[in-house]
Design a protein around this ligand. Structure first.
Ligand SMILES: [Ca+2]
Ligand SMILES: [Ca+2]
Ligand SMILES: [Ca+2]
Ligand SMILES: [Ca+2]
Length: 353
């Protein structure tokens, strides 16, 4: 139910767009959504290189659960007590925190199995209003009730300029192929991924291109954008048919129009990846926020907003929000914990307020 609610809420149309823009924001669809770059003809075998079948890679990327239903992804911060995720995973339609987070938990998946840990508190970025056209503050932190398992990877924060950098995207979201988009149930029988899916891409830009096209996120560098390139180049000019940012802005991150990476082809985000991990040089650089399509006129391969080739992704920048993340993920000092539960609880409540 929560999963449905999140998907619905994220599909609301945008209205308050002040900036002059290339296309009507109401026409541009968007939703939070790893779809692999392979064509569907490669089948599941073609996608195996993208799936963490042994659950032994990227163990700091976790699933959010509500009453046993998985609905978003997240990343374990250096404190070992906090999960960085997307605010839209944990807020109502107005961007407000829920009255409580009873029934919510974080599932860690490692080679030895699963471990679930309840929430102690949630911090939602104060700038988040569930308006994707706004300032891009789609970021939240879950404090765990107990420390994460020792085997789970703690991601360090990337504070440099990520534009032009290759990234690795990791999530538990909808699965699919670049030509057909996301196909739920591609990996797990119940329609939800039980394994992490990952792959590479490049950050093409910040907010400037989105601002130019639809008037979104014009106020700062809170988001990082990238496109999901496909292999087709019908006119043979070296620019892919579905190279969104290349076609529109001559932004060609990477070495050619059809990006490669360790798994062979790049990836796009899909439903359920929200809040998931984007690593640059092994450090946490962004949080998966939403995907968007400008339609087939503007290089979408087809199928509407379905995580196909030719769509774009906007992700929340970690560097931009560095101070807020650090302030809201203070490690519990080991000596203090020894002095007494009461003192410790006071400190925890203050941070939760
Ligand atoms: Ca790309
Ligand atoms: Ca071309
Ligand atoms: Ca591109
Ligand atoms: Ca599409």
């Amino acid at each position: 139910m929560l999963k449905t609610k999140i998907a619905m809420a994220a599909l609301f149309s945008l209205s308050a767009v002040a900036q002059a823009s290339m296309i009507d924001a109401d026409v541009a669809e968007h939703r939070p959504l790893v779809v692999v770059g392979e064509p569907s003809s490669s089948g599941i075998a073609g996608a195996i290189p993208y799936i963490d079948l042994g659950n032994n890679l990227f163990t700091g990327t976790v699933q959010l659960q509500y009453s046993g239903n998985r609905f978003c992804s997240g990343s374990l911060l250096p404190s070992g007590r906090h999960i960085l995720t997307a605010a839209h995973c944990l807020t109502d339609d107005a961007g407000n925190a829920f009255p409580n987070y009873n029934g919510f938990s974080i599932q860690f998946d490692g080679p030895e199995g699963h471990e679930d840990i309840n929430f102690r508190s949630v911090a939602i970025h104060p700038g988040w209003t569930f308006d994707y056209s706004g300032n891009g503050d789609d970021i939240a932190i879950v404090e765990l009730s107990t420390a994460a398992p020792q085997w789970a990877e703690r991601y360090q924060l990337y504070t440099g300029d990520a534009v032009g950098q290759e990234y690795l995207r990791i999530g538990y979201g909808g699965f699919g192929w670049g030509d057909v988009g996301d196909v739920y149930g591609g990996v797990a029988a119940d329609g939800e991924n039980l394994n992490r899916v990952f792959g590479t891409n490049f950050f093409d830009g910040g907010n400037a291109e989105l601002c130019y096209m639809v008037g979104w996120n014009c106020g700062g560098g809170a988001v990082l954008t990238s496109d999901f390139d496909g292999p087709n180049d019908t006119d043979g000019d070296g620019i892919g048919d579905n190279d969104l940012w290349g076609q529109l802005f001559n932004l060609f991150a990477g070495t050619d129009f059809y990006v490669h990476g360790a798994t062979g082809m790049e990836v796009g985000s899909a439903g359920g990846d929200s809040g998931g991990t984007l690593l640059v040089n092994g450090m946490l650089a962004a949080v998966t926020s939403y995907g968007f399509s400008f339609g087939e006129t503007y290089f979408d391969y087809g199928g509407g907003l379905n995580s196909s080739w030719g769509e774009g992704m906007a992700d929340t920048s970690v560097a931009w929000h560095y101070q807020w993340i650090v302030a809201n993920s203070v490690p519990v000092p080991a000596p203090l914990a020894l002095f007494g539960i009461g003192l410790l609880a006071m400190g925890l409540r203050r941070r939760a307020a």
